[in-house]
Design a protein around this ligand. Structure first.
Ligand code: PLP
Length: 439
């Protein structure tokens, strides 16, 4: 079989050290490798295969749509697109709203920014985002993100981006020991930024509502606080639900944990929207924003936006979440996983913090010293022992994802509970092996 090593440029890695496996198939929470091994996927690849791999109903929906109609431009109509939009609006409770389909999360965020600027009548309005956030790898999204890995590559200023400190309750940038107090400070920082610049110059605040790909999990008061602060100032709130949506945080969309008090003006989706079976993203907007855009030209859209095959996959994916009760399953298993991780923390001093667990998403942060919370390696470097742990787990048939000092646990929502338990038992054993000094 052809090896990619010499012909393909791979993302988010150093080419010279690339040694990822080649995947030839999958089923449920497992991937099948070219050498015949079966690997339990504890990260849903890029936190996107929420339905597991090769979900039969999604694969069948793609096959049927392909037989009927593969493509029609996004400026024309396509049936699965309309049905998917209606279903998304219903799940989000955005009555009278509209959906704009994109190819992925990055262009969903870029379009949400465009729509917020256009609908607010602030065409060059600033966008407030936070440090330790990730919104995508296009240039505009690198500017929107607060990501140390790419900061040197783009200047946020020409993109009209203002960064504020994150609600990092483990290392609170406001020096607070209490999670709720840290959340209050973080909301106040957003409010102050809007007030300092003047609300008339701010088009939107764009944030991840709960769990962030960069390892921050906001305290409970953060998102409702942001909603209140932005509404009071007549500034749109955009929820980046690209990773946190579709059950990952125990709800269809993470903001729904707060009910009406958390409802954003726009939200962006991708990843779990098709369970990663085909590329698709979306911007879901309120009725008020849709009405404001109704009589304006929209100079946006890429050729393959809202591709019928992807929309058919999305529709089948939404039915699968619903019919298989996967949102509630994620909430229940996520709570169990969080408890198990806390029990690991009590045995391994290298675990400084465990966060998340509203659904099947949790972050385990490793530290050199639990008292001082000194990081094991300076962010965003990954300590060699953590890389060794991940390699050893892979050799034993389990794929864990790490980022810097963080282990991100985000298995497919269909993972069997005994498989999840076995993976955590393996993690327990490997933590003792690779971090004996602090175990
Ligand atoms: C919160 C968040 N937003 C946006 C993106 C970008 O999505 P995509 O890679 O589909 O462009 C990601 C991807 O990891 C994400 O986690």
């Amino acid at each position: 079989m052809a090896n990619e090593r010499d012909s393909v440029l791979h993302s988010w890695c150093m080419q010279s050290t690339w040694q990822a496996p080649t995947v030839v198939g999958g089923s449920g929470a497992y991937l099948e490798l070219e050498d015949g091994r079966r690997i339990l996927d504890m990260s849903s690849l890029a936190e996107c295969s929420n339905l597991g791999h090769q979900h039969p109903a999604v694969v069948e929906a793609i096959r049927r749509q392909a037989q009927q109609l593969c493509f029609v431009t996004s400026a024309w109509g396509a049936q699965p697109r309309a049905e998917l939009a209606e279903t998304l609006l219903e799940k989000a409770g955005f009555d009278g709203g509209r959906v704009f389909f994109t190819l992925a999360g990055a262009d969903a965020n870029e379009n949400a920014v465009k729509f917020a600027r256009q609908a607010s009548g602030k065409p060059r309005g600033h966008i407030v985002t936070r440090d330790r956030s990730y919104h995508g790898a296009s240039y505009a999204c690198m500017a929107l993100s607060g990501d140390a890995r790419t900061r040197s590559q783009v200047d946020p200023e020409p993109f009209g981006v203002l960064h504020v400190p994150p609600p990092d309750t483990y290392r609170c940038p406001f020096g607070s020991e209490d999670a709720q107090a840290c959340g209050e400070h973080a909301v106040a920082a957003v409010a102050e930024t809007i007030d300092q610049h003047g609300a008339a110059t701010i088009a939107a605040v764009l944030m991840e509502p709960n769990a962030g790909t960069n390892g921050i999990v906001a305290p409970d008061n953060y998102w409702p606080g942001l909603r209140e602060a932005t509404r009071a100032r007549d500034v749109y709130l955009i929820a980046d639900e690209v990773m946190s949506g579709f059950g990952r945080c125990g709800e269809w969309f993470a903001w729904q944990r707060h009910g009406a008090a958390g409802k954003p003006d726009l939200m962006t989706l991708a990843k779990g929207l098709t369970g990663a079976h085909l590329p698709l993203g979306a911007v879901v907007m309120s009725a008020q924003i849709a009405a404001r855009l109704q009589h304006q030209m929209l100079y946006t859209g890429l050729t393959y936006c809202g591709h019928p095959l992807s929309c058919a996959a999305g529709l089948a994916a939404l039915r699968a979440y619903q019919d298989e009760g996967l949102i509630a399953r994620s909430r229940i298993l996520g709570g169990w996983m969080r408890a198990e991780l806390h029990s690991l923390q009590s045995r391994h001093a290298v675990i400084g913090d465990v966060r998340g667990g509203h659904g099947l998403f949790a972050v385990v942060e490793l530290v050199a010293d639990r008292v001082t919370r000194e990081p094991l390696a300076p962010w965003p470097r990954t300590p060699p022992a953590l890389n060794a742990l991940v390699d050893a787990a892979m050799a034993e048939g389990v794929s864990f994802a790490c980022r810097g000092n963080l282990l991100l646990l985000a298995p497919p929502l269909v993972i069997e509970s005994h498989a999840l338990a076995d993976a955590l038992t393996l993690l327990d054993r490997l933590l003792a092996r690779f971090f004996p000094a602090v175990a």
